[in-house]
Design a protein around this ligand. Structure first.
Ligand code: F6R
Length: 610
């Protein structure tokens, strides 16, 4: 989604802002822009369609100077990707960048047109610039103008504004989209994501919902939604955790796939003893809350939703608690009935996904036992607003296609399943021990799965000229087939559908011919014989089978069956283990197709708008 960076400094800030934008590229965007003023209030604005580098080349050529500026990467919501629609937007003296969506922009636009404002873009953002300008003209104070306009906006926003005749200050405001202030020495910065500022400072202040901040090079004044001056905590970043280099890897996605053993280890560390899941790692009240749970409602989007679907199998078989899983954008707009003593559980890498956050806020108004989130970003809105939080320690995920966030969500979920089962006395010590042993062994198994990289790279060639593909699985491996299909779609743009293998004959079998790669996740488990029948159904129709199995299953290769046989692992952790070769497959197919692996077209890392 869109990205913001801004600065008030004594030095020239164009390069700083452009580097910040480059750090935000992973979020997804289609155009970029920058506006800067120098100490004599000489103002310039540049906007370009396409990559930040195009804007950077332009800015360099023009040798732009000035210590106060705002910059933005835009991911189109209202209006096509174009230079005119790119931010910053101007209204007389006002320059403004915005993340989010203004839902009542049409009504505001009509009103402003009646007042004589001319619109240069199709965006909802330009409405905010004109609205503030109208107030600014009336009051003469930019801060007061922002404060007066904010209640008129419906929707979500993070905005940064300055008066192009006054280099001394910038104003930032948030509601529904994050804003962080970076504290420098005699200079201050603002961004939508801390990552954009890590080359400038390690000290941060996170604005809260409804905050408006006035920022000069020396001071930061924050006012809450009641207009009171408030102090927000200053937090130091952890440079090791925040590191975001590719190292020897070609792409962030590849790096993140290979980081999984460490990410999984970090996620279990201190939370598992040799024999048990340590329930207080879910919070001091976790044991008493867990013992009361009668139902679990999981809500999430995309990859996180697939993690939830996997957990449903575990919740119902291991902790013997019923579980529903729903896509956040559906959940939030339907009439749902909260069953008694239900744990409302959100899953999210970013903790800022608009639909998931909205679902959580809705749930807080209903009669749920407790809200909980499993999340990878400690300072996210989801974490701040949930009653119980369990952080996955995957480290920062930059590749748009989620990899290590998914496997760490799964390991967190398996720990949660075990803890709830234990606190409800539905799961005995022996089962807990076998889960815990399997969890301890998992990072090493993932290392082994990663050694199949070269074999999978060869296999990826089978997708070279393919337009469509099917992914099959059964039981807890079915959501893994869904995740595998999602990964392939996202980064290679090949159409991929996942089916529960038993569904094949109810329709999708009609698609199967020699042009259709059918990927089957087929480890040795209770459902293997059933799956073998489904495999035969494909084989009989000339489908091109690619089996991901383990060495104990004794499948025979032939010219229509390609096999990757991994070492056998305990079936409890097989969904996590088999995810890794699926990620490698998607990655290598994308390399063959020559797509932008880390920033696939039309996609954004954190979907902060509906
Ligand atoms: C897929 C992917 C998306 C996200 C989804 C939810 O690779 O990254 O489908 O999983 O947008 O995002 P989070 O987990 O941040 O809520």
């Amino acid at each position: 989604m869109c990205g913001i960076i801004a600065a008030v400094a004594k030095r020239d800030v164009a390069d700083i802002l452009l580097e910040g934008l480059q750090r935000l590229e992973y979020r997804g965007y289609d155009s970029a822009g920058i506006a800067i003023i120098d100490s004599e209030a000489n103002f310039t604005r540049h906007r370009r369609l396409g990559k930040v580098q195009i804007l950077a080349d332009d800015v360099k050529e023009q040798n732009i100077k000035g210590g106060t500026g705002i910059a933005h990467t835009r991911w189109a919501t209202h209006g096509v990707p174009s230079e005119n629609n790119a931010h910053p937007h101007l209204s007389r003296q006002i320059a403004l960048v915005h993340n989010g969506i203004i839902e009542n922009h049409q009504a505001l636009r009509e009103d402003l047109i009646k007042k004589g404002y001319l619109f240069e873009s199709e965006t909802d953002t330009e409405v905010i610039a004109h609205l503030i300008d109208a107030e600014f003209e009336r009051s003469g104070s930019l801060f007061d103008a922002v404060q007066t306009c904010i209640p008129k906006l419906k929707g979500s926003y993070a905005i940064v504004i300055f008066d192009i005749t006054d280099p001394s200050r910038i104003i930032a405001a948030r509601s529904g989209s994050p804003i962080v202030v970076g504290l420098g020495n005699g200079e201050n910065f603002v961004a939508s994501d801390q990552l954009a500022l890590l080359h400038l400072t390690q000290r941060f202040m996170f604005l809260e919902e409804g905050d408006i901040a006035e920022i000069t090079d020396k001071e930061i004044h924050v006012f809450n939604n009641l207009g009171d001056l408030v102090q927000r905590e200053i937090q130091e970043s952890n440079p090791e955790q925040d590191i975001c280099e590719k190292g020897p890897f070609r792409h962030f996605m590849q790096k993140e796939i290979f980081e999984q053993p460490k990410a999984l280890l970090n996620t279990i560390q201190g939370r598992l003893s040799e024999t048990q899941v340590i329930t207080p790692s879910f919070g001091t009240d976790a044991a008493s809350i867990f013992s009361k749970i009668e139902h679990i409602q999981i809500v999430a989007c995309g990859t996180s939703y697939n993690a939830g679907l996997t957990a449903k199998y575990w919740f119902e078989s291991l902790s013997r608690v019923s579980c529903d899983v729903e896509i956040a954008s559906e959940f939030r707009y339907r009439h749902f009935i909260a069953r008694p003593n239900t744990l409302f559980l959100t899953l999210s890498q970013s903790g800022e996904t608009a639909d998931t956050l909205a679902a959580l806020r809705l749930a807080k108004e209903k009669d749920f036992l407790c809200t909980m989130s499993i999340c990878n970003v400690a300072r996210s809105s989801l974490v701040r607003e949930s009653d119980i939080v369990f952080l996955t320690h995957a480290g920062r995920e930059i590749g748009v296609a989620s990899t290590k966030a998914f496997t760490t969500q799964l390991i967190a979920l398996l720990m949660l399943v075990t803890s709830i089962g234990k606190e409800k006395k539905h799961l005995d010590d022996k089962t807990e021990l076998s889960i815990v042993q399997a969890l301890h062994a998992l990072p090493q198994h993932i290392e082994e799965a990663l050694t199949f990289d070269k074999e999978i790279e060869k296999l990826a060639k089978n997708f070279t000229n393919k337009q469509h593909s099917l992914f099959l699985g059964r039981g807890a491996l079915y959501p893994i087939a869904m995740e595998a299909a999602l990964k392939l779609k996202e980064i290679s743009y090949i159409h991929a559908e996942a089916y529960a293998a038993g569904e094949l004959k109810h329709g999708p079998l009609a698609l199967v011919d020699a042009q259709m790669p059918v990927v089957v996740i087929a480890p040795n488990n209770d459902l293997l014989d059933k799956l073998k029948s489904n495999i035969e159904e494909v084989r009989a129709r000339g489908g091109e089978l690619i089996l991901f199995t383990d060495k104990t299953t004794a499948f025979q290769k032939d010219k229509n069956i390609k096999i990757i046989a991994l070492p056998y692992v305990n079936e409890l952790i097989a969904p996590i283990y088999f995810t890794v070769p699926m990620q490698l497959l998607a990655y290598h197919v994308a390399l063959i197709k020559g797509t932008d692996v880390d920033q696939p077209r039309n996609l954004a890392k954190a979907v902060t708008v509906e």
